[in-house]
Write a protein that binds this ligand. Structure first.
Ligand code: FMN
Length: 181
C-alpha cells in the first residue's frame, strides 16, 4: 500500500540520509531500470511548483538514461543502518549499471511507480516521483574555488576519470510522493 504524503512532511527522512550514506535515484530507459546512490540533492519551490533537484555527473550510466527518459524516482530508506539498506547503498554507489543489474545484485524489490517508468523500491519506501522540467550543465568556471577539489584534474589520480566530469543539474517536478507500507 502507498500512503500519499506531502513531500515536505517526509523531507526530514530523506535529508537524514544526505549527503551520507545517500539515497537511491531510480531511472529507466528502453525497459531497463537502474539505481544509483546520490548524496547531493535539493528540495524547494520554483515556478510556484515543488521541485526536487539532482546533480548527476556526465560519466554516470544514470546520466545516459536520464537523457533518454527524463523521469526519475527518489527512494529513501526509513532506517539507513539496516544491513540490506547499507549493502544496497554500497553497491549502488560504486558499481555501474553499464556492468551489472543492480536490482539483481542488491536483491531489492521493485514496486511499480504510479506516474513514471522508473520503479519505486520496497526497502527504500520514502518515494518521490519526478519529471525533469529543466536541466543545465554546471560550468566549473562558475564554481567557487573552495569546491574545485570535487573536480580534480590530476589525471594520475585513480579517481580523476570519474570525478573530473561536470554535473548536470536536473530539476524534477514532483508529481507524487508517498511511503510504501
Ligand atoms: C554516498 C554517495 C553519494 C553519491 N552521490 C552522487 C551524486 O549526487 N551524483 C553523482 O553523479 N554521483 C554520486 N555518487 C556516485 C555514484 O553513485 C556511482 O558512481 C554509481 O556507481 C553510478 O552508477 P551508474 O553508472 O549506474 O549510474 C555517490 C556515491 C556515494 C557512495
Amino acid at each position: 500500500m502507498k500512503r500519499a504524503d506531502n513531500v515536505f512532511e517526509h523531507a526530514p527522512r530523506i535529508f537524514a540520509s544526505l549527503p551520507d550514506p545517500g539515497i537511491l535515484l531510480s531511472t529507466q530507459a528502453d525497459g531497463k531500470p537502474n539505481i544509483m546512490n546520490i548524496g547531493w540533492a535539493s528540495l524547494g519551490f520554483e515556478w510556484q511548483t515543488p521541485i526536487f533537484i539532482i546533480y548527476v555527473r556526465h560519466c554516470r550510466y544514470t546520466h545516459e538514461i536520464l537523457e533518454k527518459n527524463p523521469e526519475f524516482t527518489i527512494c529513501a530508506p526509513l532506517d539507513s543502518k539496516d544491513s540490506k539498506v547499507k549493502r544496497a547503498l554500497k553497491i549502488c554507489g560504486s558499481k555501474s549499471g553499464r556492468d551489472i543489474d543492480k536490482f539483481e545484485e542488491t536483491g531489492l524489490t521493485k514496486v511499480s511507480a504510479d506516474l513514471v517508468k522508473p520503479p519505486a523500491i520496497k526497502e527504500f519506501p520514502v518515494t518521490v516521483e519526478c519529471k525533469v522540467v529543466c536541466k543545465i550543465e554546471q560550468p566549473k568556471s562558475e564554481i567557487d574555488p573552495e569546491f574545485h577539489k570535487y573536480y580534480p584534474l590530476d589525471i594520475n589520480s585513480p579517481t580523476a576519470p570519474l570525478t573530473n566530469s561536470p554535473h548536470t543539474i536536473y530539476w524534477g517536478k514532483i508529481l507524487k510522493s508517498y511511503v510504501i507500507e
